[in-house]
Write a protein that binds this ligand. Structure first.
Ligand code: DGT
Ligand code: CA
Ligand code: CA
Ligand code: ZN
Length: 580
C-alpha cells in the first residue's frame, strides 16, 4: 500500500475521532470512518489521483476528496487543525476512562476546567464531579470506578511478557552447565499468572556453590546481589530489573522442591493440611512419615502428589480454587495440553501490513512446529491494520494448495476481520462465505464503554461468517485494561450462535483472561487457541495460549485446536447452517 494512503487514512481517522468527541452527528462521523477505511485499503495510490478520480474510489465522497486534495497541496487539513483546537488533548484523554463518554468529557473540561486524568481524580475526590448538574453521586462513582481501572497499574508486578525470555534463556544456560542436572522456572511464572512479583528459578545440582558462583558472576544478567545463601541466591536483574530467586536443590528433592516453589502459597497450605491429616510432612525436600521420618516421595512431582493421595495438578491450576478437592476425588478435568493441540487458528503473513514474514515462511514454521493444520488470518481491508485487499486475498488463496502440498499440512484460508462501531465487519457476506475461517476482532474505538463494546461483539457473533472473536477483552497487559464487558452476555451469545471465543497467547494479551476462560468453559462455550503470530517465532505463543486455557480449566474437548480438520469444518458449517 502506498505511503500516502496510510497517511491520508490516519488524518481522516483522527477527524472522525475528534468529530465524535466534539459531539457531531453519528452520520458525519461514520462518513469519515468509512473514508479512512477506504483510503487505507485503496489499491491505487491516492497521491496520484485528481479530485474527480478520488470520488470514484468506493467510500470516498466529494467532501473527503476535497480534504485529500487539500492535504496533498498544503500538508494539512484545515478541518483537522480546527478540531484539534476545539477538542483539547485532555478531553481525548478523559474519554479513555471506561464509562466516561464524550459528552461528559466535554462538560468536565468546559465547566470544571478538567484537562486530564490527574485533574479528574482531584475533582472526583473533592465532590465537584458529583455536584455537576445532572451528574450526581452514582455517575461520579461510575467514573471513579473507571478511572481506577485504567489507573490500576500494579506497579510492583511485572507483566510476564517482560520476563519470560530472561527465565527461559537463564534455564537454558544453566542446563548447559555440567554441575546442573535440571533447571526450570517455578513460582507464578510456571503457574502462568499474567504478572509476576518476582522470578523463581529452580536448579537441581549437587554443587550449589559452583552454580551460585556462576550466576553471580554473570554481569550481563546481574545488576545487584540481594541475598546469598547455601540454597538460595537472590539478585536484581539488568534488563527488566526484576528480582530473581535462584533455588538450589539436591536432584533427589527435585519433585518436592518444584511443587513447593511453584506454589501458589494457598495451594501449598492445602497440601500441608492433607499431609498432617495423613500423618505425613511435606516440605521442599520430601514427603515423609511424621513419626518415623521415613521418606515417601520427592524425586518427581507426580510421586509427591500421589503420596498425598492426589492426582498430579497442572501448574496453572494450582491456585486453591477447587483443584485439590478435584484431584482427591479423581474429578480433575483433563485440561488441554500442548500435545493435544494440532492446529493454530489465528496468524498473519506479510500479505497484510503488520505481518513480518512471508506466507511461505509462516507455513514452513507451522509445519516445523508439527501442526496438522494452520489458519492464515491476515487482516481484512480495514485501514488501521494495513489490511489485505480482495485482490491480495484472492492471490493468497491461489498460493495455498501448493504450499500445503510442499509442507505437508492443511491450510485454512482465513481472515481477521475488523469489527466496526456498529458490530459490522469488512466485505460482504458473499465474499466472506468463500473463506474457511474468520476471526473478528475490535481494533478501533477502544475507549467506548462496556455496554457499547459488548454490543459490538454480540452483533459480530450474530454474523454467520464470523467463527471466532479475537482477543475478546482488548486488554494489553501493563498498558491498558480490557473493556468493561458484560461477560455473561458475551459468553451466552457465543454459545447461542456457535461462535468460538479466542484464547490469544500473545504475552501482552493473554486474552481472554484465565478467569474468564473458566466462566466460558462452565457455560459450554467453545474455545479457539491462537498464537496471533506476526513472525515465525510468534507461533511459540501457542504454548502460552495452552497454559492460559489450563489456568481456565479448559478441557481438551472444549478446544477447537484439538480437533481434526473435518470436525473444524463441521463447526464452521454448523454456524452457517444455524443462521439459515
Ligand atoms: P509472585 O512472585 O508474587 O508473582 O508469586 P509467587 O507465587 O511466585 O510467590 P513467591 O515468589 O513469593 O514464592 C514462590 C513460591 O514459593 C510460592 O508460590 C510458594 C512458595 N512459598 C514462598 N513462601 C512461602 C510460604 O511462606 N509458605 C508456603 N507454603 N509456600 C511459600
Ligand atoms: Ca515469584
Ligand atoms: Ca520469589
Ligand atoms: Zn491478529
Amino acid at each position: 500500500m502506498a505511503w500516502a494512503n496510510t497517511e491520508i487514512a490516519r488524518q481522516l481517522e483522527e477527524i472522525a475521532e475528534l468529530l465524535r468527541l466534539a459531539g457531531e452527528d453519528a452520520f458525519r462521523v461514520r462518513a469519515y470512518e468509512r473514508a479512512a477505511a477506504a483510503a487505507g485499503a485503496a489499491e491505487v495510490d491516492l497521491g496520484e489521483l485528481d479530485e474527480a478520480e478520488l470520488t470514484e474510489v468506493k467510500g470516498i465522497g466529494a467532501s473527503t476528496a476535497a480534504k485529500i486534495v487539500e492535504f496533498r497541496a498544503t500538508g494539512e487539513i484545515g478541518l483537522l487543525s480546527e478540531l484539534r483546537e476545539q477538542v483539547p488533548p485532555g478531553v481525548v484523554e478523559l474519554t479513555r476512562v471506561p464509562g466516561l463518554g464524550p459528552k461528559t468529557a466535554r462538560r468536565l473540561h468546559a465547566e470544571l476546567g478538567i484537562g486530564g486524568l490527574d485533574d479528574l481524580a482531584a475533582a472526583l475526590e473533592d465532590g465537584r464531579v458529583a455536584a455537576l448538574d445532572g451528574l450526581g453521586e452514582r455517575s461520579a462513582a461510575r467514573i471513579a470506578g473507571g478511572l481506577e481501572r485504567i489507573g490500576a497499574k500494579d506497579t510492583d508486578r511485572t507483566p510476564v511478557a517482560d520476563v519470560v525470555d530472561l527465565a527461559v534463556e537463564l534455564c537454558r544456560r544453566l542446563e548447559a552447565l555440567d554441575a546442573v542436572e535440571r533447571a526450570a522456572p517455578a513460582g507464578s511464572l510456571r503457574r502462568m499468572r499474567e504478572t509476576v512479583g518476582d522470578l523463581d528459578v529452580l536448579v537441581a545440582t549437587s554443587s550449589p556453590a559452583e552454580v551460585a558462583e556462576t550466576v553471580r558472576g554473570d554481569t550481563d544478567l546481574v545488576a545487584e546481589v540481594l541475598a546469598d545463601g547455601d540454597t538460595k541466591l537472590s539478585v536484581r536483574t539488568r534488563g527488566p530489573g526484576v528480582q530473581l530467586d535462584v533455588r538450589l536443590v539436591e536432584p533427589e528433592a527435585w519433585g518436592a522442591a518444584l511443587v513447593y516453589f511453584t506454589g501458589s502459597k494457598a495451594h501449598n497450605v492445602r497440601l500441608r493440611e492433607r499431609a498432617v491429616r495423613d500423618g505425613l510432612t511435606v516440605n521442599e525436600y520430601a514427603v515423609a512419615d511424621r513419626e518415623t521420618g521415613q521418606r515417601r516421595a520427592g524425586v518427581t512431582e507426580e510421586e509427591v502428589y500421589a503420596a498425598l493421595g492426589l492426582a498430579w495438578v497442572p501448574p496453572p491450576m494450582r491456585e486453591d480454587t477447587g483443584e485439590i478437592e478435584a484431584a482427591a476425588e479423581g474429578s480433575l478435568p483433563q485440561v488441554v495440553t500442548e500435545e493435544a493441540v494440532v492446529g493454530d487458528l489465528h496468524g498473519h503473513s506479510d500479505v497484510s501490513g503488520d505481518g513480518r514474514a512471508s506466507l511461505e515462511a509462516m507455513v514452513a514454521a507451522a509445519a516445523e512446529r508439527g501442526l496438522a493444520w494452520w489458519a492464515v488470518t491476515d487482516h481484512a481491508e480495514d485501514l488501521t491494520m494495513n489490511g489485505a485487499s480482495r485482490a491480495d486475498l484472492l492471490a493468497r488463496r491461489e498460493a495455498l494448495p501448493a504450499l500445503a502440498e510442499r509442507y505437508g499440512l492443511a491450510l485454512l484460508d482465513g481472515l481477521e476481520l475488523n469489527i466496526d462501531g456498529e458490530g459490522g465487519v469488512d466485505y460482504d457476506a458473499e465474499f466472506l462465505a468463500t473463506f474457511d475461517w474468520c476471526v473478528a476482532s475490535i481494533h478501533t474505538m477502544l475507549e467506548r464503554d462496556g455496554a457499547a463494546q459488548t454490543g459490538r461483539l454480540c452483533t459480530a457473533m450474530a454474523n454467520p461468517h464470523v467463527h471466532a472473536i479475537g482477543h475478546p477483552s482488548g486488554r494489553l497487559l501493563g498498558q491498558r485494561p480490557g473493556y468493561d464487558l458484560d461477560w455473561e452476555r458475551v459468553i451466552a451469545t457465543a454459545v447461542e450462535t456457535g461462535t468460538a471465543l479466542e484464547v490469544n497467547g500473545a504475552l501482552r494479551r493473554l486474552d481472554m483472561p484465565a478467569e474468564v476462560v473458566r466462566r466460558a468453559v462452565q457455560a459450554g462455550a467453545t474455545l479457539s487457541l491462537a498464537s496471533d503470530a506476526h513472525t515465525t517465532g510468534g507461533l511459540a505463543n501457542l504454548t502460552w495460549a495452552v497454559r492460559t486455557a489450563q489456568r481456565g480449566w479448559a478441557p481438551a474437548s472444549a478446544v477447537l485446536n484439538t480437533r481434526g480438520l473435518e470436525e473444524l469444518r463441521a463447526f464452521v458449517a454448523a454456524k452457517r447452517e444455524r443462521a439459515r
